[in-house]
Every structure is written in C-alpha cells, then in structure tokens.
Write a protein that binds this ligand. Structure first.
Ligand code: COA
Length: 323
C-alpha cells in the first residue's frame, strides 16, 4: 500500500513585542499610509534581545505536537527551515531537538530563505514516503529582525519574526499530493546579505550583516514566477483552478498575494492573509498562515490547499496537499 505524508497538527508562535507602522514612522522616513498601500502590512512582531530563533521554533513545535495529539517521544525526524539560525552550528534543528529532550533521530536545518518551509516539507514528505520516518516535526522559524538594518526604510518595514510548525505523519490517505521546488542562483544580487562565514572578512559586522534588496525587480520576478508555479502545480495533478479550496501563500506583500490569487481566479476570501499583522517572516510565513487558518476553522480536513513561496536565491516552490 502507498504511504502518504499527512499533516496531523499545526502550531504557530509569535514574539510578544509588536512593532506598528507608527512605531516605524518614528524610526525612519516612512508613513503608515505608504507601508499599508505598498505592502499591506500594518504591524509585525519582533523578538526580544534575549529571544532566539530556537525559542520561537520551540513554541511552534510544542503547539503543533499538542494539536497532533503527539508527544516528543513520537518524533523521528526534525527539520527546521531558517535563514537566521541561533548559531553557526549546531543547527537550530539540533538545538530544538535538545530543548524537546529528543535523542537520536536525524535533525537538520534547511536554508532556502523564504521558501525554506516549502523545501523542508518536501524533504520530510520524501522521508515519510520512503519509510525513513513516520512522524516528522517540520518547522519554519526566523528572527529576521537580527539581519535588518533598522535605518533602511526600503527593507525594515517589510520583515517580522515568528515560527510555524507542522507534524507530518505517515498515513494511508493523502496528504501531500505533490511538491515543486526550484531555484535560480543567478538572481543572487536582487536579495541577499553580503556578509557570511567564509566571505572575506569572516562573520559579518556592520552594513554587510544586513538584508539588501532591489525591491521593485524582486517584486516583478516574484509575481511572474509564482504565476508559473501555480500552472505547474495544477498541471502536475491534472487539476483545474476551481479544485483548489485554499491558497496559503508566502506573506511578503499583499500585492504579490493578490496577483497569485488572480492567476488562480480565486476570491480573496479563499486566500489566507497574515501579512497585515505578521509582515514577512521568511521561512515562518507559510506555516504560520496555515496554522492561523486551521485554528480559526477556515481550513478543514479533506480540503485541497496550495502552499507557495518565493525567496532569496532566488528560490521558489509549492506544495499541494489534502489537509
Ligand atoms: N516609506 C516611504 N517611501 C519608501 C519606503 C518606505 N518605507 N521605501 C521605499 N520608499 C520610496 C522609494 O525610495 C521610492 O522613492 P523615489 O520614487 O523617490 O525613488 C518610492 O518609495 C518607490 O519605491 P519602489 O521600490 O519603486 O516601490 P515599490 O512600489 O516597488 O514598493 C516594495 C517597494 C519593497 C514594497 C516592493 O517593491 C516589494 O514588495 N518588493 C518585493 C519585496 C519582497 O517580496 N521581498 C521578499 C521576497 S521573499
């Protein structure tokens, strides 16, 4: 019998500290009106100085386990998607494993920036389908605030911190129907952090430690690319646009989300939007949005859900699943 991988529980965790657009008006030359009109963002959460990506990941993971009716003893695979790990090493997944008092199972991070969770979910799906794991904890967690230049109005208004998680389990019923992952490294310079461990100068300091983005060009590539991945996903499954019950998009900008919804001929009531209160939480954005819509009762068991994301690299991808 075919083994599928099915989401059995979701969880989300946001730091308590809220940063509103009016707070940002006091920090850089911007306005609430500009931010809302251009991005759809009203506020975002920001981690405290002593709060790490692993702290957020732990909050989301525990909630996902609880929702799935599972304990830490059941987990046999941990994948954390993050661009902002606590340390160079050990991986945030290993730090999370330690927090959860889990021992022995594989644990590793995935770095695909905002597409990280979609990548991680696909990898976990493959572990489960091949029988290498039965109960995976898949987390997207970020403290993007640590790699943002809070004096750069072009980027600091966009990002937020948070974590989302799912428990993915072996099941006789689908589950994840298909995944589609892509990358094109030639777009490096449109969205990147200059500094890194092995670049000259070693660990980044000052301006090299912060996100650089050519927003307008990134926007255009994102809209076109996400439109294409919608077509690719529908064609691979022999589905029509009307077969999709919910779109759970990466939450970077409401205008990008609206463009993808138009591509799907989908009314915005069927699109999960959290960018207004979360901002762009990178790898955390898709699982956080999924968790919000599962918990408030919008996404129900058996419904067909399309997850998609786009991010630095560029990377992009989608997962089609029956919830
Ligand atoms: N407040 C006020 N004005 C701002 C501003 C801010 N926070 N940030 C930029 N501006 C200004 C610019 O300086 C520019 O001024 P100018 O015309 O005098 O030069 C003007 O607003 C327009 O800038 P532009 O970059 O062309 O705006 P835009 O409509 O493209 O919106 C983004 C900017 C960043 C919101 C938009 O490009 C975007 O969302 N890009 C994709 C970002 C993204 O998704 N990144 C992550 C991918 S995972």
């Amino acid at each position: 019998m075919t083994t599928f991988a099915r989401i059995s529980g979701t969880g989300g965790y946001l730091p308590a500290k809220e940063l509103t657009n009016s707070d940002l008006e006091r920090m850089v030359d911007t306005s609430d009106e500009w931010i809302r009109e251009r991005t759809g963002i009203k506020s975002r959460r920001v981690a405290d100085d002593n709060e790490t990506t692993c702290d957020l990941a732990e909050g989301a993971a525990r909630r996902a386990l609880e929702a799935a009716g599972r304990t830490t003893d059941d987990v046999d695979l941990i994948i954390v998607a993050t661009t902002t790990p606590d340390r160079i090493f050990p991986s945030t997944a290993c730090l999370l494993q330690q927090r959860l008092d889990i021992h022995g199972c594989p644990a590793f991070d995935i770095q695909a920036v905002c597409t990280g969770f979609v990548y991680a979910l696909d990898v976990a799906d493959k572990f489960i389908r091949t029988g290498a794991a039965r109960c995976a904890l898949v987390v997207g967690a970020e403290t993007m605030s640590r790699i943002i230049d809070w004096n750069d109005r072009a980027t600091c208004v966009l990002f937020g911190d948070g974590a989302g998680a799912v428990v993915l389990e072996a099941s006789d019923e689908p589950g994840i129907l298909s995944s589609h992952l892509h990358a094109d490294g030639s777009y490096e310079k449109l969205l990147y952090v200059p500094g890194g461990v092995s670049t000259s100068g070693g660990c980044p300091t000052g301006d090299d430690a912060y996100v650089k983005m050519r927003g307008n060009e990134t926007f255009r590539v994102a809209v076109n690319t996400l439109g294409r991945i919608v077509d690719e996903t529908l064609a691979a499954n022999g589905l029509d646009k009307s077969d999709i019950d919910w779109l759970v998009p990466h939450q970077a900008n409401i205008r990008i989300i609206q463009a993808t919804a138009r591509k799907l001929s989908m009314p915005m009531e069927r699109v999960v939007v959290t960018v207004d209160t979360h901002g762009n939480t990178s790898a955390a954005s898709v699982p956080l949005a999924l968790d919000v819509a599962v918990r408030d009762g919008r996404i129900k068991r058996g419904e067909t859900v399309l997850l998609e994301a786009f991010g630095g690299g560029f990377t992009w991808g989608s997962v089609l699943l029956k919830y």
